[in-house]
Design a protein around this ligand. Structure first.
Ligand SMILES: C[S@@+](CC[C@H](N)C(=O)[O-])C[C@H]1O[C@@H](n2cnc3c(N)ncnc32)[C@H](O)[C@@H]1O
Length: 526
């Protein structure tokens, strides 16, 4: 054998057992990396990737090591069925045993789908990782189990757009606990719909009325969103108080969330922040109101300025969060709000006191009772009632959201009648409502019922404004609801404006508006 052929054969021999070579290389490089820490070398700990009999895998961690998060097992099984086995196990070979460092749930779900009758290959690939000892292997189990990096909303948005992924379709198969799908859909929607050009808002109308008094108000527009930002800046200049404004909006939550807050307070031995409560509630799969229930301050401002007499008083029989009270206080309209939930009223009061607002008051109680003993003659009646049983606010049987639609209507009509009785003659009322489907999928006709309730109380429908909402999570839901039952995605609410008295008196009681100055005042206060 010549020196060349000898060399060739020895190379072939080495190539045959290439993983020994890799191992050697790995150990050498590891040693180099340890001895030359200052050289900042990252050594590869991967020995090889090769098929293994996955059924023989052993596990270092105990059974209760990791809990599934919100249907995680179901999701992983669905994902396995859709995408097949595409991610090798990570293993450590020690004394003839293959320890699984990463892939326990893949193992469990493969066993589960095998029991469902699926055929799984005997051999599946595994990446062999070098470990010094069991302790080091256990460390890796922990490392692979913990989510190091959180996917950022922006990062995911770019990713989905770059690869043109059908995100709504994939979302059910993903399991990203910290991920806020509602906010993400908002971003996706904003990107997809774009913003209507500011040119469509005629300058002169904008100057007089802030937004043209048309029958459609588009909250998605940049002008609207800008106004919203300016609103938050007005009078709430310091960082803390701006946070407080947001805080109060966040605090419009269901009783279950308030119970969670109490429990968190007990275990943390301190007051949890609303962000913490909301994050934790989401992790636990609880329903969190974000956006849907928070009254838009811009809409609130418009309705006060357009339909309330100058500095007139406001009555709100379903107060909810603090927005309507705070905006009234800032603009100088005395405000009386009633809400059943003590917690909510407390939070609202705290907010008003932080902002040193005067003439803003909330009463805790059932409006159907409180209105009987209230002595108030209001200049404007304005509210956003429970939309039938769409959102549950509390367990209180007097809470309208807990009633079946027949009982709901009865109490709702009664509260409207009593509220209208507290409204002065020749005044407006504005109710922001949206229709809701019953269990069969038919609309209750809640909007028409509201009109009927006001009519029976002695007020006539005077304006109807369609409030166009940001699409938000609708982009996710619409595919299923349309394909599953031809239900179009509802992205509007109805602002119903009623009038009590003689319409001829409107001109005298409500002067010509020139709100351009207000706009400038708002802008300069930033
Ligand atoms: C649609 S929510 C208000 C949410 C509102 N969009 C906001 O600005 O926060 C309706 C409110 O009505 C309250 N409510 C329900 N039944 C009531 C009743 N019988 N008397 C007074 N308030 C009631 C609920 O507690 C809830 O806060």
């Amino acid at each position: 054998m010549t020196a060349v052929t000898r060399r060739f054969f020895s190379l072939r021999y080495i190539a045959k057992d290439y993983h020994i070579l890799l191992h050697l290389f790995h150990n050498i490089s590891k040693r180099i990396s340890f001895t030359n820490m200052t050289d900042k070398v990252i050594a590869s700990r991967i020995i090889k990737t090769e098929p293994i009999n996955w059924r023989n895998l052993q596990f270092i961690q105990q059974d209760n090591f990791k809990e599934w998060i919100a249907n995680g097992d179901k999701k992983l099984i669905e994902s396995l069925l859709k995408y097949q086995f595409a991610d090798p196990f990570k293993v450590w070979e020690h004394e003839g045993i293959l320890y699984c460092l990463d892939g326990k749930h893949r193992f469990m779900d493969l066993s589960a789908v095998a029991q469902m009758g699926y055929q799984i290959p005997e051999l599946l690939p595994a990446t062999f990782i070098d470990c010094e000892n069991m302790k080091e292997a256990a460390e890796l189990v922990l490392v692979y189990s913990s989510a190091y990096a959180k996917i950022t909303q922006q990062g995911l948005l770019e990713f989905v757009q770059t690869f043109d992924l059908d995100f709504p379709d994939m979302q059910n198969l993903l399991n990203i606990p910290e991920f806020d799908s509602i906010a993400f859909e908002g971003m996706l929607n904003e990107f997809q719909t774009g913003e209507p050009s500011e040119k469509i808002v005629p300058a002169s109308l904008k100057d007089s009325f802030i937004f043209p008094p048309f029958s459609v108000l588009d909250t998605r527009s940049g002008v609207w969103q800008d106004r919203k930002r300016k609103w938050l800046a007005l009078g709430f200049n310091s960082q803390e108080t701006r946070e407080d404004v947001e805080l109060i909006a966040k605090s419009g939550q269901s009783t279950a969330i308030y119970e969670l807050r109490n429990k968190m307070r007990e275990s943390l031995k301190r007051e949890p922040t609303w962000d913490e409560i909301i994050d934790y509630a989401k992790q636990k799969g609880m329903h969190v109101y974000e956006g849907a229930s928070i009254f838009d301050p811009v809409l609130c401002e418009l309705l006060y300025k357009w339909f309330c007499t100058n500095g007139g008083s406001v009555l709100d029989p379903f107060a909810g969060g603090s927005v309507r009270g705070v905006v009234a206080g800032v603009l100088g309209y005395p405000y009386e709000g009633i809400d059943l939930r003590e917690d909510q009223v407390e939070a609202n009061r705290k907010q008003a006191s932080i902002l040193s607002l005067e003439n803003v008051n909330w009463i805790t109680g059932d409006s159907n009772e409180v209105l009987d003993r209230l002595s108030m003659a209001a200049d404007f009646l304005m509210s956003c009632p429970p939309y039938a049983d769409l959102e549950k606010y509390s367990d209180d049987p007097k809470d309208l959201s807990n009633m079946d639609y027949k009982d709901f209507k009865e109490v709702y009509f009664s509260i409207i009648k009593k509220s209208v009785a507290h409204l002065k003659e020749d005044r407006f009322a504005a109710f922001v409502v949206g229709d809701v489907r019953d269990k069969k999928g038919f609309y209750y006709n809640f909007v028409s019922d509201t009109i009927q309730a006001f009519k029976e109380a002695g007020m006539e429908l005077y304006n109807e404004i369609i409030l166009v909402n940001v699409v938000g999570s609708l982009a996710i839901r619409v595919r299923r609801q349309f394909n599953g039952g031809r239900k179009v995605g509802k992205m509007h609410q109805n602002v119903l404006v009623f009038y009590k008295g003689d319409p001829k008196k409107i001109k005298g009681n409500y002067p010509e508006l020139n709100l351009g100055e207000d706009l400038e005042a708002l802008a300069s206060s930033e």
